[in-house]
Design a protein around this ligand. Structure first.
Ligand code: ADP
Length: 180
């Protein structure tokens, strides 16, 4: 089972991807988590992406794609995975299509959360890229580059919308209902 979780910053994709992946016994693959891990370890890649992430911009596609390709080629990803935060641009969709085919994903879960709730969640989370200015830029990046991907996957008949409001556990159950 190959799933993609898509939605604006603060929608709860990461939290839910972790829980749903554990329930389905497949890995949760988050490019954001992978980049943060590189930053924490001070790798070359981490040094390259640190300022980009702090500004809320997107890491260049070639960097992101190379990291993702390596990850989904690992043994634990052979039976499936949940992608969280990738693809985020049209070019990344193309790259993913090139690896797993245009019909390689089974479903795309689209998170729906109201905007006031999103900002509130981000500001209370306190990650280093959760400052007001960076959040504003991340929303803009999302609207310009990532939101259009929802239509693209809808045209392929892959999207299912999930209400991301309410209890974490409730949302997990909603997702499990639509993906199984
Ligand atoms: P959120 O969904 O809350 O914005 P993520 O953890 O998914 O958080 O991403 C954090 C940051 O990591 C992004 O703002 C961006 O700088 C970088 N990033 C993550 N995934 C990608 C990607 N697929 N392409 C480009 N940049 C990415």
């Amino acid at each position: 089972m190959r799933l993609l979780f898509i939605g604006p910053p603060g929608a709860g994709k990461g939290t839910q991807a972790g829980k749903v992946a554990a329930r389905l016994g497949i890995p949760h693959i988050s490019t954001g988590d992978m980049f943060r891990d590189h930053v924490a370890r001070g790798t070359d890649l981490g040094r390259k992406v640190e300022a980009i992430m702090a500004a809320g911009d997107y890491v260049p596609d070639e960097v992101t794609v190379a990291m993702l390709v390596e990850r989904i080629g690992q043994d634990d990803a052979a039976t499936g995975y949940i992608l969280d935060g990738f693809p985020r641009t049209a070019a990344q969709v193309k790259s993913l299509d090139g690896i797993i085919g245009a019909h390689g994903l089974d479903q795309v879960v689209v998170f729906e959360v109201d905007e006031d709730e999103l900002t509130e969640r981000l500001l209370s989370r306190g990650r280093t890229d959760d400052t007001e200015e960076t959040i504003r830029n991340r929303f803009r990046m999302y609207q310009e580059q990532t939101q259009p991907l929802i239509d693209l996957y809808a045209d392929r008949g892959l999207t299912v919308a999930v209400d991301g409001m309410g209890d974490v556990e409730e949302v997990t159950e909603r997702i499990l209902e639509v993906v199984s």
